[in-house]
Design a protein around this ligand. Structure first.
Ligand SMILES: Cc1cc2nc3c(=O)[nH]c(=O)nc-3n(C[C@H](O)[C@H](O)[C@H](O)COP(=O)(O)O)c2cc1C
Length: 207
């Protein structure tokens, strides 16, 4: 496949419903897709995520019903689960570690922590999870775009039972929650034409 320009990439990407299970992904492409997630922007640079690549077939099979039997989970050739971090309070070891990377003098670090603390002070635990969830969607979008740029298909999956998935993945639920799944592979058939609102309906130039 010839390299695509960005506009072609946006049009190539679609929510792929069924993958060709016989076509594996090149390893370097998978790593680059993960790198697109890792390098994504996040609020305060907190990177409140982890990316699990589920290559254990038994675990993959158990995830299928936890994702309401969506065929993408059963047919994809690689499956990324995006986890979000739950405790993003300023006194959590994770947050302290992230801000410490800035190598600031002690007082400046305290200042940043207090600024961040003020920023999230109105968020209850649910809102804080939603805050992390928003960041996860940026990583998701970048990974999908990266995949499409290589002619690799994907489908964002928000339709799953978070409790069941967390149990199957065996994650520490006090620290992490599954936010999204991203099955990858090559399309089994061509998608239907894109359905989108007209440009003028979603864009307004305010002068
Ligand atoms: C956050 C999010 C969650 C989604 N969850 C699912 C899902 O669980 N299953 C699915 O088939 N598609 C899912 N989609 C895909 C959308 O349905 C799809 O992007 C939309 O219909 C537009 O189609 P297109 O992406 O093919 O252009 C999700 C999309 C987003 C952004």
């Amino acid at each position: 496949m010839n390299p695509l320009n960005l506009s072609e990439i946006w049009n190539y990407r679609h929510a792929c419903k069924a993958f060709d299970p016989a076509k594996p992904l090149p390893q370097e492409a998978l790593l680059e897709i993960l790198e697109a997630g890792r390098l994504s922007a996040s609020s305060f640079g907190l990177e409140p995520w982890k990316f699990l690549v589920i290559q254990n077939q038994e675990m993959r099979q158990r995830l299928v019903p936890a994702c309401f039997n969506q065929p993408q989970i059963a047919t994809c050739v690689e499956l990324i689960v995006i986890l979000i971090r739950k405790n993003l309070r300023p006194d959590s070891p994770y947050v302290l570690e992230q801000f410490s990377r800035w190598n600031l003098p002690h007082e400046a670090l305290q200042g940043i922590l207090s600024w961040y603390g003020g920023y999230i002070s109105s968020m209850d635990d649910r809102a804080l999870v939603d805050y992390a969830d928003k960041q996860a969607h940026i990583a998701l979008a970048n990974m999908m775009t990266c995949a499409a740029s290589k002619g690799i298909d994907s489908c964002p999956i928000g339709g799953f039972d978070p409790k069941k998935c967390a149990q199957i993945l065996g994650i520490d639920e006090t620290l992490f929650a599954p936010a999204l799944l991203l099955p990858l592979g090559y399309r089994a058939k061509e998608p239907s034409p894109k359905i989108r609102l007209p440009f003028d309906e979603v864009v307004s130039f305010i002068s």
